[in-house]
Design a protein around this ligand. Sequence first.
Ligand SMILES: O=C(O)CCC(=O)C(=O)O
Length: 312
Amino acid sequence: MQIIKNFYDPLKYRFDSLRFFIRSNLTKNLSSKLLFKKDLTKLTEKQNEVLLSLKEKGFAKSSIDDLFGNKDEILNRFNSILKDLKKSQEFTNAYKNFSENLNISGKHYIHRLYDNKSFKIDINSYLISFILNEEILDIVNSYFGMYAKLNTADLWITFLNKEKSKRTNAQNWHRDRDDVKILKIFLYLNDIDSNNGATEYIPYSRKKEKYEHLAKFSYGNIAPWKVYPRLDADKDVDKDDIVKFIGKKGTLYFVDTTGMHRGGFSDKDNGERIFGYWSFLSPASVLFNKNFHRPNNDDLKKLKIKQIKAIT
Ligand SMILES: O=C(O)CCC(=O)C(=O)O
């Protein structure tokens, strides 16, 4: 079995890379770019600040105060989703599983509202309607230079415990591999600092930037040792060049996760980190993992063209 896998995996990876190259340069992205150029988007000053920071450093910090007028209404909507989530049996089970397996490898330190693929998120959910807001979509599309596609909409609770001394999975430095540009958006639903698992990011670590050498770029499924390179951040990266994504409730981070990042770890405190979580990819990506239903025609009729482009 392992012999077949060793043969099949690299072959599939090469095939996916070729497919991605064609879709990116000749078909999918080209048409999306042309259409986006034709529609011309004008950004507000606040949106522009986000875009400039993203383009320069690979991330931008903003807030729902800055981008939206109705901060309380938005937070109330998310609070009510959160309240139901915390009452659920799945949440209780997830926390128990985490507490009993603190230092075991795996992603059980994160509880995802919609990760369970047997129930896909409804297109009418607030997690979708929030992110399909033009305030957000205009930034996303301007960063990609085309109409980008929503890949995931979710809400994460990261469990923390000072007895968890080992970093596992995405708590190690890595870059994501689903596309040449990937945009993730985090909306903080509690105050987050280095004691409760703020994500860390290395600006200028995308392709052709100062820290590009830290890990290979690839688009597809590759061996785990390539995903999590042995990186000695103290030695390989100037300490002042590492940014911690700290912020109060209501903070928004826009992050290109092809840049080096690691997250959700704290050996100082117990507690939790809670955020809304969305990811966008270009239409060419061959690694979509959409966790929401494709809308039916009646739902589509209720949406604007920018929103339709993001979810179909
Ligand atoms: O838990 C985190 O902050 C890291 C998340 C992450 O690695 C990712 O979304 O790619």
